[in-house]
Design a protein around this ligand. Structure first.
Ligand code: FE2
Length: 242
């Protein structure tokens, strides 16, 4: 018998992504969550949306958040203990989001998402002058750099060729889910659209810091809008980090 569908089926969860590889849920060490209670509320709600593993990535940014692996580990252990007490079962891991600036040094012991994948970011306002060299040096040191939210760097809005160049020198790109929902404004949304259309993204993440992020994300997921926009893109979160 023929079946007719008047509408495409709505998908209102994040099972298709599976693993969140970018968030600021380790409490008290950057501009993310303030305490474990808040972090656990967000983790529970993200799990309800369909995410089943969380790699938490506090900022490592000399000027504002001079976090060390030791400091991140201590804060992460507190979160893990609180999660275990509350029977939160999804696996949690700690890594970092490194700011590429004059103080950043390619060295051993950088905190990776997994298997040498390293999450990095730059200032939103000006391109780091030696970014190509840093990406190259990271590769030589055995890291696999992942540039966080390439759609948010304003200096690339009128120079998309530079983004393609970063891909060519071996940088993976990670989309912020909130960008396609317009949270960061029309230009970031437009840039994300361009990067999606040209298949330049490899990964996606929530980059969740606080309640407002969660609210917008939930609306986007539950309305089916997020899936409609990017659900079939083929992000490699599960494949590389599941
Ligand atoms: Fe971030």
């Amino acid at each position: 018998m023929l079946r007719f569908f008047s509408k495409k089926e709505k998908v209102t969860d994040l099972f298709w992504l599976g693993v969140d590889i970018h968030s600021h849920l380790i409490p008290g060490i950057d501009d993310g969550t303030a305490n474990t209670d808040e972090a656990l509320i967000y983790l529970e709600q993200l799990q309800e949306l369909g995410l089943s593993k969380f790699i938490c990535t506090p900022h490592v940014f000399t000027e504002l958040y001079p976090n060390t692996p030791e400091k991140i580990d201590v804060a992460f252990q507190h979160l893990q203990q609180a999660a275990a007490k509350q029977n939160f079962r999804a696996p949690l891991a700690a890594a970092a989001e490194y700011m590429i600036d004059d103080t950043f040094q390619v060295r051993d012991g950088l905190l990776c998402l997994h298997d040498r994948y390293l999450l990095v970011e730059m200032s939103y306002l000006s391109e780091f002058p030696n970014i190509d060299q840093v990406i190259f040096d990271l590769h030589i040191a055995g890291y696999k750099p992942v540039l966080a939210h390439p759609e948010r760097y304003v200096f690339y809005y009128r120079d998309r060729a530079r983004l393609s160049r970063l891909k060519e020198v071996g940088c993976l790109f990670q989309l912020n889910l909130l960008s396609v929902l317009g949270y960061y404004g029309p230009e970031a949304k437009n840039q994300a659209k361009y990067l999606l259309e040209n298949k330049l993204y490899d990964l996606a993440g929530t980059d969740l810091h606080h309640e407002r992020h969660l609210k917008v994300l939930k609306e986007g997921v539950k309305s089916g809008k997020l899936y409609e926009l990017i659900g079939n893109y083929g992000f490699k979160n599960r494949e590389l980090f599941g």
